[in-house]
Design a protein. Structure first.
Length: 200
């Protein structure tokens, strides 16, 4: 069985697990003990424990009693099961090469993953590799924030009117609405991880 096939398989009690986690989450957020919730819902402590751990399939009557005790709609218990959860894996060297403003030979931008949900902030992780000197560098400017982590080499990086000398292990976190980009490639090759977070 392949890794993707293994990952595609879900446990037989996925619904029970999702309901149990949601009930536990509501209980903890309201600072209610297992014993108190069981008493308020007319359940035994052992039964509630089984429900929270996904070890039993609760009846509609049980779910209704728990919803009244927690003061939440019954439908809220199914939220985690109904929501789509996404994950993206990119094997080494297989990131999607992106043509960005200023992309040229020796300047490579690889997108390492993305999330298609419209309910989440837009997050774009890039592996950027610079292998050739250049006289002119593009300045980028876009909504959101950006985080850079240096993996290799040395670069002088501009953000607005300030310059930062970045070496392996250094990081820079900044408002990406201001003009920013490499100012001087000091030591090649240069590789850094750039994570851009903005609105979709």
């Amino acid at each position: 069985m392949s890794e993707s096939e293994q990952n595609a398989k879900s446990p037989d009690n996925a619904l029970e697990l999702a309901i149990g986690r949601q009930i536990r989450d509501f209980r903890i957020r309201q600072e209610i003990t297992v014993a108190d919730l069981a008493r308020q819902a007319g359940l035994s402590v052992s039964m509630l424990s089984k429900v929270e751990n996904g070890l039993t399939s609760p009846s509609l009557a049980t779910l209704n009693a728990l919803s009244r005790a927690l003061n939440v709609p019954v439908t809220s218990f199914f939220r985690m099961y109904e929501e789509t959860r996404e994950a993206t894996i990119v094997k080494s060297g297989q990131g999607l090469t992106i043509e960005r403003q200023g992309s040229r030979a020796g300047h490579q931008y690889q997108l390492l993953g993305h999330h298609s949900s419209g309910h989440s902030p837009r997050v774009e992780p890039y592996l950027i590799t610079l292998t050739e000197k250049s006289e002119v560098f593009p300045m980028f400017q876009h909504e959101g924030i950006e985080f850079i982590y240096m993996l290799e080499g040395e670069v002088v990086y501009r953000h607005a009117s300030r310059l930062y000398r970045l070496r392996q292990g250094d990081s820079l976190y900044f408002d990406s609405n201001a003009p920013h980009g490499p100012e001087d490639l000091v030591s090649l090759p240069i590789r850094f991880l750039a994570v851009i977070v903005g609105r979709t």
